[in-house]
Design a protein around this ligand. Structure first.
Ligand code: ATP
Ligand code: ZN
Length: 283
């Protein structure tokens, strides 16, 4: 039985549970419970505050966990990282009051900066050779300048709307973060085996997220030209259509370049193009 720690309620919770479910792992959730056991996989889920997850995994209270890289690095626990998970993407940025002049990081020399991430900020300022006073506060960092507590802040940003509504302007990116899977360093062989099984499923889910299944119709004389445009998992499948001289081509394309490919496919004579999501992808 592998113990997985995830955030009880917060920005990581929903996507963490979604990933586990997409791996075909079923469990019953209840907002009141502190832990649940899967009904079809040797996994137990513990619901914790995100800040506690690296420590619990390091101590072996949980075997593995899902946490933001910002928290992991702030707590000096990078060594536990196993794999980036691609969700809860955000950045830790420096921001100043919108009306303040700011041109370069050296403008923060000697200034007071409020943050919940003193280590990440200190590392960044050291790299830039800037000496500032860091004030560690645990929440509502964005209001610090308006109440006279700080000249600047260093906080988590995703869209930037919270900064704008607090009259702040983002001036430097300190750290880029996403959710990461972490694991205790001393897992025994049995737990390691379950983790490998889980990782195999996570990889299948991640691969599928970037890939799309594409189906299209093409005149037979264009099959070769169109096949060249479809890199696919291997080469496209070709099925004859009832209409003479026509075939249906099936393949897999990467989401990142599919718009470009679709333009070229149309130019090459493809018709009735369908692009559908893939749930799992094993290579
Ligand atoms: P807890 O009560 O568990 O301590 P918290 O308030 O510290 O929760 P959340 O705000 O839920 O934490 O954020 C958890 C993590 O989600 C952050 O550490 C960060 O990695 C990520 N995150 C934070 N804000 C955003 C955002 N706006 N968009 C995407 N991810 C974010
Ligand atoms: Zn937290």
């Amino acid at each position: 039985m592998l113990r997985l720690a995830i955030q009880k309620s917060g920005r990581l919770s929903e996507d963490s549970l979604k990933l586990i479910r997409e791996c075909g792992i079923s469990f019953i959730t209840s907002s009141l419970k502190l832990k649940t056991e899967s009904t079809n996989f040797p996994l137990e889920i513990l619901y914790l505050r995100d800040d506690d997850i690296p420590g619990y995994v390091a101590d072996g209270v949980a075997d593995i966990g899902i946490v933001g890289e910002n928290v992991l690095v702030e707590e000096g626990m990078q060594r536990l990282a196993v794999e980036q998970l691609g969700f809860s993407k955000c950045r830790l940025s420096l921001a100043v009051p919108k009306g303040d002049s700011y041109e370069h990081i050296s403008d923060l020399q000697g200034k007071n900066i409020a943050t919940s991430y003193p280590k990440l900020l200190q590392t960044y300022l050291d790299e830039k050779g800037v000496d500032a006073n860091i004030h560690t506060i645990s929440g509502s960092v964005e209001i610090a300048p308006s109440i006279g507590l700080a000249d600047a802040i260093c906080d988590i940003v995703s869209s930037g709307s919270t900064l704008i509504s607090n009259g702040l302007r983002e001036v430097e990116r300190v750290f880029s973060s996403q959710a990461v899977l972490i694991a205790n360093e001393g897992l025994d062989a049995e737990k390691r085996r379950v983790l490998d099984k889980l990782l195999f499923r996570i990889h299948a889910v991640q691969r599928a997220q970037k890939a799309k299944y594409i189906l299209l119709n093409a005149p037979n004389e264009k099959i070769e030209e169109i096949s060249q445009l479809l890199p696919g998992a291997k080469s496209p499948s070709i099925l004859p259509l009832a209409e003479k001289g026509w075939s249906s081509l099936h393949s897999v394309v990467n989401e990142d370049d599919f718009w470009e490919i679709i333009e070229k496919l149309k130019e090459a004579g493809a018709q009735g193009i369908l692009v559908v999501p893939i749930e799992k992808m094993i290579v």
